[in-house]
Design a protein around this ligand. Structure first.
Ligand code: SF4
Length: 217
């Protein structure tokens, strides 16, 4: 029988409605430009949500455009996003990105996956989040939560997030490509956690092949 995505994902949607938004979605609600989503997504890599939100607000309050960010300089950018993980490397990448956007893209974030992925520090996951959350273009952002849960629930079988993105985009209806990241990040932080997930409170546990699992996969 074909999978009923609407039933399954609507159950998760109802569950996470009261959970805090992931930091990048929160930034989108505060300052909805693709630039702010790009900056926040870069800050979020290997960084906790609360730190990402604070660092993003600190930086974006002074760097609402690539030119503003260039004007701050690398040292000041690093100080504004501290204690985000790898803050010095991220500051260097953000300065380079701002420079490239000004030189080659009229100071705008390009709504194109390949161009986004050519920017320093921008991989598939970041590019897809910027396309989806920043531009509203259907794109599937597979982070550790989406990767883990898609495998646990038996939607796909993959040992790499990039392969998960490809396999999932073949079977998941396009209307879920953007919302699924927000859904599974919140659900993966609180219910379907990496270790000892809370299966007894999971609203879709009746058809989960990994119910009671202790660790990833
Ligand atoms: S039943 Fe458990 S392992 Fe399966 S999706 Fe729900 S929380 Fe995750």
């Amino acid at each position: 029988m074909p999978r009923d995505w609407d039933r399954e994902l609507a159950a998760l949607e109802a569950l996470v409605r009261s959970y805090p938004e992931p930091s990048v979605n929160e930034i989108k609600s505060i300052n909805g430009t693709p630039w702010s989503v790009l900056v926040s997504t870069i800050i979020s890599l290997r960084t906790k949500d609360a730190v990402t939100l604070k660092s993003s607000i600190n930086l974006l309050s002074l760097a609402g455009t690539p030119q503003d960010l260039m004007n701050l300089g690398e040292k000041k950018v690093a100080g504004l996003i501290y204690p985000a993980g790898f803050y010095n490397t991220k500051a260097a990448n953000l300065i380079q990105i701002a420079h490239i956007l000004i030189e080659s893209h009229q100071g705008q974030v390009p709504p194109d996956k390949e161009t986004l992925m050519s920017l320093p520090g921008v991989g598939l996951k970041t590019a897809n989040l910027v396309l989806g959350v920043g531009f509203g273009i259907p794109a599937l952002c597979v982070d550790i939560h989406v990767h883990r849960i898609a495998n646990r629930r038996g939607w796909i079988s993959s040992d790499k997030p990039d392969l998960t993105e490809k396999l999932l985009s073949d079977i998941l209806p396009e209307k879920w490509w953007i919302p699924i990241n927000r859904l599974l990040v919140s659900y993966g932080q609180i219910i379907c956690t990496p270790v000892s997930p809370h299966c007894s409170t999971c609203p879709v546990n009746e058809d989960c092949p990994k119910i009671g699992v202790k660790k990833f996969r």
